[in-house]
Design a protein around this ligand. Structure first.
Ligand SMILES: NC(=O)c1ccc[n+]([C@@H]2O[C@H](COP(=O)([O-])OP(=O)(O)OC[C@H]3O[C@@H](n4cnc5c(N)ncnc54)[C@H](OP(=O)(O)O)[C@@H]3O)[C@@H](O)[C@H]2O)c1
Length: 339
């Protein structure tokens, strides 16, 4: 089969030689596992970090990719509710464990160390298969799994978001952020956003956001405070870094800050007094349990959510997709046609 195989890590200038689209062995049929023919896969920031060597416990060579939508190609005889030809997506969480509150020590994500979805075929535990939402094409459904479960758990399981609340979602061009905005709007929240790009702010407002500010402008936090009339119930952030210091200033007394990433690294000069004086909850969130995934999928199906797709690449041109993501040029998800 054809697959994108990561042989070495390094900066993205050497990506074309580090990540080669080549013929490789198809996954073996194993007990308890299905083989899925991948129609579309989608990219996550994790894929870029792995290619750059910025992820823990990297094992090479590996076929990256955590997300896909495709067709069941084979299942072990008579042991599955699925049959060849079923249209499925895959929960990328492996060995979440028994606790709904956190993942187990053995937890991993499809696409490293286990071979992932940037290929014509991928192997997955039968427990991780879910029927593709019928209102979505494979192209659209491939955008859902990782970003969807991350956004869902961060907003609802951890963030306890409810209708009528004001929420700030930072870096709205991001794959998780854009889907989180769609989920939050569907739940009846008033969504405010930030971005590094005016055009992305405009798109977010077109999709239903109440307003947004450029995080590259001094005083953006004051703009957001004015827009929301001084009431911000919850902030969803994955940037961290120095801009994290603004978040406890923006969020209202008794509010929540949910952090699911730290793209910009450690936060310095954070005023800790704000946390206890304003009685804030700071909540970390990562991926999601099998229940989070099932609930997310139900939410997407019932509310007919169609994820925002930024652009599509062929598997043979996957390195261009990586570069686009690395440059933050996307709004929503970047998908890769693998068939
Ligand atoms: N914990 C988890 O389970 C989990 C799951 C998924 C992702 N993540 C993490 O979450 C982060 C985003 O992932 P993703 O896949 O959504 O990535 P992505 O699609 O590449 O989005 C990254 C976005 O970050 C935004 N950004 C850059 N600088 C910013 C700043 N100073 N303030 C606010 N936003 C800023 C940009 O938004 P604009 O383009 O609008 O400027 C950019 O589009 C990554 O760190 C990733 O590792 C964690």
């Amino acid at each position: 089969m054809k697959a994108a195989v990561l042989h070495r890590t390094g900066d993205l200038q050497s990506l074309d030689s580090n990540l080669a689209v080549e013929e490789t062995k198809e996954p073996d049929a194993e007990d308890g596992r299905a083989i899925v023919r991948v129609e579309y896969a989608s990219l996550n920031r994790r894929d870029v970090y792995i290619a750059q060597g910025l992820y823990s416990k990297i094992k090479l060579p590996v076929i990256p990719g955590s997300d896909c939508s495709g067709l069941v190609y084979s299942v072990p005889d008579g042991t599955s509710e699925f049959k060849p030809g079923d249209e499925v997506i895959i929960d990328p969480s492996i060995q979440w464990g028994d606790s709904p509150s956190h993942q187990s020590a053995r937890y991993s994500i499809l696409g490293m160390p286990m071979n992932g979805t940037f290929a014509e075929f991928v192997s997955a535990d039968l427990k991780n298969l879910h029927l593709k939402p019928s209102h979505l094409s494979h192209r659209e459904a491939s955008a859902i799994p990782l970003a969807g479960v991350t956004a869902y758990r961060a907003l609802f399981t951890r963030g306890r978001l409810s209708g009528g609340e004001n929420i700030l979602i930072t870096g709205i061009g991001g794959g998780v952020a854009a889907l989180a905005m769609q989920f939050a709007l569907s739940a009846g929240a008033n969504v405010f956003v930030t971005s590094g790009n005016d055009e992305k702010l405009r798109k977010a407002v077109e999709l239903g956001a109440k307003g947004g500010a450029l995080y590259t402008t001094d005083g953006w936090e004051n703009e957001i405070r004015e827009m929301c009339g001084g009431r911000m119930d919850i902030v969803l952030d994955s940037a961290g870094g120095d801009s994290f210091a603004q978040l406890p200033e923006i969020v209202s007394y008794g509010g929540r800050i949910v952090l699911y990433g730290a793209s910009l690294g450690p936060a310095h000069r954070v005023n800790l007094h704000r946390f206890f004086w304003k009685q804030l909850d700071v909540l970390g969130s990562t991926m999601g349990s099998p229940d989070d995934f099932a609930n997310m999928l139900k939410f997407v199906e019932e509310r007919k959510i169609v994820p925002v797709i930024d652009s599509e690449y062929r598997l043979s041109d996957i390195t261009s997709a990586y570069r686009k993501m690395n440059d933050n040029r996307q709004f929503g998800k970047i998908v890769v046609m693998c068939r």
